[in-house]
Design a protein around this ligand. Structure first.
Ligand code: PHE
Length: 440
């Protein structure tokens, strides 16, 4: 398809991928995963998981996308055989599923920007969260968030996603760095840094069966793997750039932003003695407002800045999830982009209504996505790239990397077939046991 769009620059591709990777997963999920799994010990295992599992896996998605120059379902067919279409279809379905509730959380964030500006979260942040997180208002804000995502994706790769993320990613970094500076000035900063950055390896050893899969799951989710996003984005690359260099830049930036978020959240919580509240999806919306409401005017400014960062991050991830489905319908069925994006937006809105109506449904959607669809999709991807595509995958990875990568490409394939496969198998086994039943 000669008229298929491409990124205008290599940086455009990298920023769009960073925009996808940096999302609620970094700023909302990561600090609280850290809190539930032993603080700095979790951070350490997560870093290892990013390098050993996340990096090889993101390169696997890049290789499939760039080699096929097609959206996910067609790509597996083109590079393997028609039976492998199912793997692409699983990714597209999983992305669609995930966006339906991701958008609901995005809606909460919009609401909290307004609340932070007023500096009031009702009489009690917990009760307040209960009131606004579910019901007609949450449905309306979910619609608004979906509308924003549709508004960007409708304009395509260059005029929509690339143009938006070129502004969004630098904005996230700038605001976060400012907030880290504020966090450093707080009385509880020292204690918070110690908690977040000084690992107690005893904790890892004692809790390995829960900490390791949690860290692997967080690494995969945070790098936007499993939902065909990186396959789709890489399919728009026009050029022979080095995929390992791109993958490394994306992984490093994504991890750095997660750490920055922790350096904002923990000093706030420790200074107010709120402690890292670990109670489910409401955590950041309850613990942080509780801390912020005691800081007066500064708390308002910090609150608005922080929720604006979360909104931008969530939106730049949501557009990548939406693009996966749009790209499939446009490529394979020749549908017109704008109309397709709008129709999908409406369907996603409808699918998200249960999650917006009752947070128990949201937790269930999240559990199916993260504990089932994501690890299974990554497992199938590893089998495909590691065994079906194998020699071609190595060739593709070598392109643009110079001789220095000659040894690295076979090492990458070997790591997919061994360490990554094993880690993902264990994650599948352990995550499936954590599936939550539907709330009916
Ligand atoms: N990586 C995103 C985050 O951390 C979530 C995401 C997962 C986005 C998969 C797209 C695909 O929030």
């Amino acid at each position: 398809m000669s008229d298929r769009e491409t990124w205008t620059t290599r940086l455009g591709f990298i920023l769009a991928s960073v925009g996808s990777a940096v999302g609620l997963g970094n700023i909302w999920r990561f600090p609280f995963q850290t809190a539930t799994n032993g603080g700095a010990a979790f951070l350490f295992v997560y870093l290892v998981a990013v390098v050993v599992i996340g990096l090889p896996a993101i390169l696997a998605e890049f290789v499939v996308g760039r080699r096929a120059e097609m959206s996910a379902i067609g790509a597996f067919d083109e590079l393997g055989h028609p039976g492998w279409r199912a793997v692409g279809a699983l990714g597209v379905f999983a992305g669609f599923w995930t966006l339906s509730y991701y958008s609901v959380v995005g809606g909460w964030v919009i609401r909290y920007i307004g609340q932070a500006a007023m500096g009031s979260y009702g009489s009690n942040p917990k009760v307040f969260f209960g009131n606004v997180s579910a019901g007609p208002e949450a449905v309306a804000l979910h619609a608004l968030f979906m509308l924003l995502a549709v508004g960007i994706v409708a304009f395509g790769i260059e005029g929509g996603i690339e143009r938006a993320t070129k502004v969004m990613v630098p904005a996230i970094v700038l605001i976060l760095v400012g907030l880290v500076g504020y966090g450093a000035s707080l009385a509880g900063a020292g204690e918070a840094y110690d908690y977040f950055l000084t690992p107690d390896f005893g904790v890892i050893v004692a809790n390995a069966p829960s900490v390791i899969p949690a860290a692997v799951g967080q690494a995969l989710f945070s790098l936007s793997l499993g939902f065909a996003v990186m396959i789709t984005y890489a399919s728009y690359i026009d050029g022979d750039e080095s995929l390992p260099v791109d993958g490394l830049s994306i992984a490093v930036t994504n991890t750095a932003i997660g750490i920055l978020a922790g350096l904002v959240v923990f000093p706030l919580l420790f200074t107010q003695g709120v402690g890292p509240d670990t109670s489910g999806p409401g955590a950041v919306f309850i613990a942080l407002p509780t801390a912020l409401s005691d800081f007066g005017a500064a708390g308002r400014v910090v609150g608005v800045a922080f929720f604006v960062v979360i909104l931008i991050a969530a939106l730049s991830s949501a557009i990548s999830l939406l693009e996966v489905a749009v790209s499939y319908l446009v490529d394979t069925h020749g549908f017109e982009r704008r109309r397709t994006t709008a129709v999908l937006g409406v369907l996603l809105f409808l699918l998200g209504i249960p999650s917006a109506w009752d947070t128990a449904w949201l937790s269930w959607f999240d559990s199916i996505a993260v504990n089932l669809l994501l690890p299974v999709a990554v497992l199938l991807l590893v089998l495909f790239v590691g065994w079906v595509l194998a020699p071609d995958a190595v060739d593709e990875l070598r392109i643009g990397s110079g001789d220095s990568f000659d040894d690295l490409a076979p090492l990458w394939l070997w790591s997919l077939r061994t360490v990554v496969l094993l880690a993902v198998l264990v994650t599948v086994a352990l995550s499936v046991t954590e599936l939550t039943g539907a709330p009916v």
